[in-house]
Design a protein around this ligand. Structure first.
Ligand code: ADP
Length: 204
């Protein structure tokens, strides 16, 4: 299955992506994680991305799209994937569509995790990650940067919801609740997507 997870920062995409990808037997590909690994490794890509990430801005499409294309061309992504954090702009979505078309594929489902903004701010300001045995706050989770990331989401990424709805690919789901509950809702929504596709099991 080829799936995109859409949703604001703090919606729980990363957590759900790992679990759902495991269930589907496809790799979870997180652009945020790839960027962070490159920043820690001080690679050229990391150096190019760091300033944008720290400010809570999007890394420019040229950099991001090339990186994702390279990742999707790897062997483990040939049979399917779950994208987390990409696309984040309409331009990225168009590029994704055309690179998949070149390979003779399309997306099966875009799953949008819906969480209201008060809850997002609460979650992000309390979020910590484990680095070398220590719980630390992600540098872009400071309150002012969080507010900016939410604004960037509203302006640049939220319009993707309507775009994918027009494409007939969107499934929206409530992402508030226990992790397992949200996973269950996500898997049910994905089943419905799969069944609705022309080449899905219910059509044959
Ligand atoms: P979150 O969803 O919590 O904002 P991510 O880990 O997905 O966190 O992304 C962290 C940062 O990485 C973003 O704020 C942005 O700077 C950069 N980034 C990730 N994915 C993309 C993308 N598709 N396009 C541009 N920048 C991206």
């Amino acid at each position: 299955m080829r799936v995109v997870l859409l949703g604001p920062p703090g919606a729980g995409k990363g957590t759900q992506a790992q679990i759902i990808a495991g269930q589907l037997g496809v790799p979870a590909i997180s652009t945020g994680d790839i960027f962070r690994a490159n920043v820690s490794g001080k690679t050229e890509l990391g150096l190019a991305a760091k300033g944008y990430m720290d400010a809570g801005d999007l890394v420019p499409d040229e950099i991001t799209v090339a990186m994702v294309k390279g990742r999707l061309a790897e062997a483990d992504a040939k049979g399917g994937f779950l994208l987390d954090g990409f696309p984040r702009t309409i331009a990225q979505a168009e590029q994704l569509r055309s690179s998949l078309e070149e390979l003779g594929h399309g997306l099966d489902c875009v799953l949008e995790l819906v969480v209201d903004e008060d809850e997002l701010v609460r979650r992000l300001s309390g979020r910590r990650m484990l680095v070398d045995g220590q719980w630390v706050q992600r540098s872009d989770d400071e309150p002012e940067t969080v507010r900016h990331r939410l604004q960037v989401y509203r302006e640049q990424t939220a319009p993707l919801s309507g775009w994918y709805e027009t494409e007939g690919l969107l499934a929206r789901m409530d992402a508030i609740g226990a992790v397992e509950e949200v996973t269950q809702r996500a898997l049910t929504a994905l089943e419905a997507c799969r069944g609705a596709r022309p080449d899905g099991p219910s059509a044959g």
